[in-house]
Ligand binder design. Structure first.
Ligand code: PHE
Ligand code: FE
Length: 262
């Protein structure tokens, strides 16, 4: 963490070296579940209009709107579907631990829920963002493989000092990605799917640029985390995303580094 970022909120004292903790589901209060239900209800209306069908099908099957889900129960279903599982974490975790979980098909999910005054917007990921935004697409076989490949790519980017480039790819796909589907433009990025304001904005507002997916351009594009995005990158489908990122990135990183120094 660097100066200026918010202090981490979770309890990291019980976390192991991989930052895993127990979810301790019984510690959620009735007020937590009620706030989660309100978040879920508002957002489930919006995703019907703006989310891609792969996401909506899984969300429907999860039936997770009644209370904060038990991660163990969802993991059992995920393992059967795509060999992924959830791992409870206290909040944001260091890059290495994050990449390592993804590379082993484990998705880190924050245990705590935002405060009521953060109903419309929260800077950090909480259990609502992580669960509602990320978990449904882990049931999609192609997206699931992409995310594992991303984790492996992260471990490699660490060795090549290229994390900043690779992080942009996560940002513009996994968090803020759009897809042009048969039904029109739809969101698949978790930062969009969990946001009441940016989800309609990303799909409908005339202001932001919507550019065709371009790996090198994405890795050259810095982003801001606490404002609506000025640009989104649009894929045709998850196969395109998987295929376009399959090549060895080492020579790409070398070119990107030269851009800046040359
Ligand atoms: N192909 C990338 C590499 O060699 C790894 C990667 C895959 C990165 C998918 C992102 C997404 O580094
Ligand atoms: Fe996220």
């Amino acid at each position: 963490m660097t100066a200026g970022e918010p202090a981490l909120r979770g309890d990291y004292s019980r976390a192991g070296p991989d930052y895993a903790v127990e979810q301790q589901w019984d510690r959620y209060t009735e007020a937590d579940h009620a706030l989660y239900r309100r978040l879920y209800q508002r957002q489930s209306h919006l995703v019907r209009r703006f989310a891609c069908t792969e996401y909506l099908q899984s969300l429907e099957r999860l039936q997770a709107g009644g209370a904060i889900p038990r991660f163990d129960a969802v993991s059992a279903r995920l393992r059967a579907a795509t060999r992924w599982e959830l791992v409870a974490v206290p909040g944001l975790i260091p890059n290495h631990a994050f990449f390592d979980h993804l590379a082993h098909r484990r998705f880190p999910v924050t245990v705590w829920l935002r405060r009521p005054e953060e109903f419309d917007y929260i800077v950090e990921p909480d259990v609502f963002h992580d669960f509602f935004g990320h978990v449904p697409l882990l049931f999609d076989p192609v997206f699931a493989d992409y995310l594992q490949a991303y984790g492996e790519g992260g471990l490699k980017a660490e060795r090549l000092n290229a994390i900043d480039y690779l992080a942009r790819l996560y940002w513009f796909t996994v968090e803020f990605g759009l897809v042009m589907s048969g039904a029109g433009l739809r969101a698949y990025g978790a930062g969009l799917l969990s946001s009441p304001l940016e989800l309609p904005y990303s799909v409908e507002d005339p202001a932001p640029a919507r550019l065709p997916f371009d790996l090198m351009r994405i890795m050259r594009t810095p982003y801001v985390i606490d404002r609506m995005q000025e640009r989104y990158f649009v894929i045709d489908n998850f196969d395109q995303l998987f295929d376009a990122t399959a090549a060895d990135f080492a020579p790409l990183y070398a070119r990107l580094t030269q851009d800046v120094s040359g």
